[in-house]
Write a protein that binds this ligand. Structure first.
Ligand code: GLP
Length: 247
């Protein structure tokens, strides 16, 4: 099966295409359920969706938005918590009601229960119409690090060391306290009806090559997307620079 790959010629074009995939989904299906991702890659596209919405408001009252993952054991109000990032970048501008923004909590005595609740809530509303995903330089999807089984369901994962160290420093979390990532599992991600994987910049070129032209393996979680029947890979020319076309 041929993979659906879109290569934008500039970062601006990349951000615009990604933003319009989200707006298109919102306009086509006013009851859509859309999974968002945080990070450098998605920031501008959220800003463009917000700008377009401010200029030309449309009905988003029945849309449900959620984040694919969340940091745990930090305050939800911390600027690096996915909840706060998404609220600031998109949710508040669109005026999404709290009941239509599904996020697991960052603090809990029972994260296994929170994982189940998060997953159940998404299933109850009929599953995911569009899932936006970034990819880590090690191939992680959400917080599913290399080695995560493809049949994994919503769970509490280790974070990559660099991100964990950054969050620990920013939140002044003592070294004894674990920071983890609550994330949809690979199986849940693969159940989305449509997926948009976004990767930009030269730092992503190597992993993009492995994801698209390498073997499908749990060592590169994002490679599983080669098996999804409705996944678009949106890249900029830098992220696509190592592709040979031998897929
Ligand atoms: C983080 C998030 C992922 C995100 C990824 C890519 O670890 N948990 O959901 O997709 O990093 O981030 P960036 O776009 O900053 O490279």
């Amino acid at each position: 099966m041929k993979l659906q790959i879109t290569i934008a010629t500039s970062e601006q074009e990349f951000d615009r295409i990604a933003a319009w995939r989200i707006i298109g989904e919102l306009l086509n299906n006013p009851k859509s359920v859309i999974g968002l991702s945080t990070g450098q890659t998605t920031q501008n596209m959220h800003a463009i969706v917000s700008d377009i919405y401010k200029l030309y408001p449309f009905d988003v009252s029945s849309v449900t938005l959620f984040g694919v993952d969340e940091v745990t054991n930090v305050s939800r109000e911390y600027d690096g918590a996915c909840y706060t990032m998404l609220r600031k970048q998109l949710i508040d501008t669109l005026g999404i009601r709290p009941e239509n923004f599904i996020m697991p909590p960052t603090l809990s005595d029972d994260f296994e229960k929170e994982c189940r609740l998060f997953q159940d809530e998404l299933e109850k509303i009929g599953g995911v119409d569009l899932q936006i995903l970034g990819v880590g330089t090690n191939g992680h999807l959400g917080f599913n690090q290399p080695g995560t089984p493809f049949e994994s369901e919503t769970w509490l994962s280790e974070m990559d060391e660099v991100l964990e160290a950054r969050i620990r420093k920013e939140t002044h979390t003592p070294s004894g306290k674990k920071l983890r990532g609550l994330t949809l599992g690979i199986k849940n991600i693969m159940h989305a009806r449509k997926i948009l994987l976004v990767a930009k910049g030269s730092s992503k070129a190597e992993i993009v090559k492995k994801m698209l032209e390498g073997t499908v393996t749990a060592n590169v979680p994002a490679s599983v997307l080669q098996l999804h029947l409705n996944c678009e890979f949106l890249l900029d020319s830098e992220a696509a620079s190592l592709l040979t076309g031998n897929i």
